[in-house]
Design a protein around this ligand. Structure first.
Ligand code: PMP
Length: 429
């Protein structure tokens, strides 16, 4: 692998450790070419919700591959796309669904639709977006523009369009949520009053890559009320929170709120293939419904609505609907193992759980806080050496397991965190 021509994602190629070759995946486990077995504690970048090598997903894929592997999606359709769309819309209670292939693009589509919605209605002053500090929405230009407080995107600032990031009311040990939410909502309201925003965009309940920062459902309810009262669109980026991650099928359902645009990807195909959707309300869709071709939404990619990805999406949704217990039971297990292994750990704080996701901070100070915290790399390396795929976001350790993980397997992650954190902190001090 040393001479591999591959330029890898999110990596400084000069200093990144050589990638590990994976031979196969089964359930929550990855089998490496060197014979090691690694427990995939983060569902391989949060996508393999049912674990690896699931026979029902493999069957759906094989059957669809024999029937139709790909077809142009302009002017043509097929059963897997229609079935997946109908079931999602039924589950979410209405709307129109636009297919794309990854989370960033689902977000780009939502931004473009929101922007053009107002143009189509003749309200051309609505060209900015309200977003949240610490948000992550992908790495394409629109997605970077609505997350421009992130250190990753500083390089590109000159190229990013106008957005207004506001403070995010992240829950924490020392935080008064009421006060924090009120101050965030005041900032939002002051911006909304200017009537120049096409939409507000947020990762509902959990900011993922920004450090697994949770907010309360009531914050989303107040945000949704504000958006309505100032007639600005609300976009939920549920690319990560969708499909059971927060303990309910969707964070919008868990928070009893209903966005105007909803972005889904990652778990959508059951973690098998790239697939994404952006779902708009009927009201938005109607603003594009016109005799004038200029009112149409011009977007689409070569693999839009790929039949293989849609077929695994249908199979995955069937599995989630048949057995919601698989994602509902994890919250109790997280707390159980927190109490068993981590409650009194001197180097950990701010433990939190939202459905299947658990997170905590390593308390050691660093001269490079945030994503580049000095403990992130040694923690990751030690976890791997111990047989666990965990990728701390700076000093935030999080667990986002596939739903098929066994109770004992989950417990073993907590035992490893307790040991590895003590070792790494001791060695660093
Ligand atoms: N939105 C959120 C909330 C995400 O977590 C991610 C990926 N981590 C994206 C968008 C981008 O998705 P993708 O990597 O598939 O483009």
């Amino acid at each position: 692998m040393a001479n591999s021509p591959i330029w890898r994602p999110f990596s400084q190629m000069k200093t990144a450790p050589a990638p590990l070759e994976v031979l196969r995946g089964q359930g929550a486990w990855l089998e490496l070419a060197d014979g090691r077995k690694i427990l995939d504690c983060i569902s391989s970048w949060w996508v393999t919700i049912h674990g690896h090598g699931h026979p029902l997903l493999a069957k759906a894929l094989y059957q669809q591959a024999q029937q139709l592997e790909q077809v142009i999606f302009a002017g043509f359709t097929h059963a897997p796309a229609e079935t997946l769309a109908a079931r999602l819309i039924q589950t979410l209670g209405g709307g129109r669904l636009f297919f794309s292939d990854n989370g960033s693009t689902a977000v780009e589509v939502a931004l473009k639709i929101a922007y053009q919605y107002w143009q189509n209605l003749g309200q051309t002053q609505r060209h900015s977006f309200i977003c949240f500090e610490g948000g992550y929405h992908g790495d394409t230009f629109g997605a970077m523009a609505i997350a421009k407080t992130s250190s990753w995107w500083q390089r590109y600032h000159q190229l990013l369009f106008d957005t207004d990031p506001v403070a995010y009311p992240a829950l924490g040990d020392q935080v008064d949520p009421e006060q924090l939410e009120a101050s965030c909502l005041n900032q939002v309201e002051a911006l909304l009053a200017q009537q120049r925003h096409a939409a507000i965009i947020i990762e509902p309940l959990v900011q993922g890559a920004g450090g697994m920062r949770f907010c309360r459902p009531v914050f989303l309810q107040r945000l949704a009320e504000l958006a309505r009262s100032y007639q600005t669109l609300l976009i939920y980026d549920e690319v990560m929170t969708g499909f059971g991650r927060t303990g309910e099928l969707f964070a919008c359902q868990k928070s009893h709120t209903s966005p105007d645009l909803l972005c889904l990807s990652k778990g959508l195909s059951g973690g098998c293939l790239p697939l994404a959707v952006t779902i708009a309300t009927e009201q938005i869709y109607q603003a594009f419904w016109h005799d004038d071709p200029n009112q149409a939404f011009y977007h689409g990619h070569s693999y839009t609505g790929n039949p293989l990805a849609c077929a695994t999406g249908v199979a995955s949704l069937e599995m989630l609907t048949a057995n919601p217990h698989c994602y509902q039971q994890l919250e109790a297990w997280h707390w159980q193992f927190y109490h068993q292994y981590l409650t009194d750990h001197p180097d950990l704080s701010n433990f939190r759980v939202c459905g299947t996701i658990a997170a905590m901070e390593v308390t050691a100070r660093s001269s490079t806080p945030g994503y580049f915290h000095h403990l992130a790399a040694p923690l990751k390396a030690e976890f791997l050496a111990a047989g666990f795929l965990l990728r701390p976001l700076g000093n935030t350790i999080y667990i986002m397991p596939p739903y098929c993980i066994g109770q004992e397997e989950l417990g073993s992650i907590y035992a490893a965190i307790a040991q590895v954190v003590s070792k790494v902190v001791a060695e660093a001090s």
